[in-house]
Each structure stands twice: as structure tokens, then as C-alpha cells.
Design a protein. Sequence first.
Length: 170
Amino acid sequence: MFYRIDFCDEEAAYLLLSGYSPQDFDGHKLESGWKGARCELVEGELNDFLHCELGAPACNERVENAIEKYIGEEIEFLPIETWGGDRFYLMNPLVVCDCLSLKSSLFDALPSGKIFSIDKHVLLLDSISANFVFKIKQTAHVEIFCTEKFRELIEGDGLSGVDFIPVEVE
């Protein structure tokens, strides 16, 4: 079973980050050029996972400590700090899979062919190379997908602020 990870809780706090774009999160490590980032934490319920307005999800140290040993090669944790001094990590997905079924998914695309909106995700099972988390190649934004193993890890640790939306596979 595979899931799209949703970090958008209307009651939850979220991060406003400047200086980076979704295109920066294309599967390569950013750590060597990462200057760190300060961001604004918009008031709301403070969960373990937070949505960041550029699309890349963020998490607190509790999440980073709980999952890094399992998925260290699939996610890069980039430190960010809020103006209030809270410490979070942007989650940069390092595994990018060319696994979206263009014939079965429902989506809108730019003239360049880059997909900007997907109404129905259908993934190609044989094209998924991740053990825990991955990003799909075809989208212009950061959207993270995961395996059942990752969902069990998060739910088993009681981490908050994330929903797992089942996606179809073929």
C-alpha cells in the first residue's frame, strides 16, 4: 500500500519560508549549500509535522530523532529556525521516482509538460524504488509519498500533524 502524505491541517501552525522554491527540492542533497533558513511560524496548533508554504514539509526534532535512522538515505533533514527560536527541519525527499501513471491519473499540466495539479494519483508499482518515502518526478511541487512501512513507523511513534491518503497502484 502507498500513500500521499498530507500536511495541511487547517487548525495547525505552518511555516513561511523565503529564499527557496519547490524546484530546489528535486532529489539532490542541499546540505552543502544550505545556508540555514529563518522562517515565520504562523500561529496555530503546533504538531510534530508542519506544512511549509513552499510545499516541502517540515518536522520537529522529535520526528527527526524517531525516523532518521530508518530513512536517512531517503530524506535529508535541513535545519530551519523560526524567528521565535523554535527549531524545525525541512524534509528534502532524495528518492525521485518516475512512477505516475499518465494514462490513469487525472491531472493538469503546463505547456512544458510539468504537472502542477493532480486530482487522482495512480502510481506504477514497478517504478517505485523507495523503501519508505519518495517524490514523483512529474510534479513541479514537493509532494511526498510513502510506503506502508513509513506509515506504521509514524503512527507507532504517535507523531501528529500528518494524514496518509491512500493512492492507487497499477
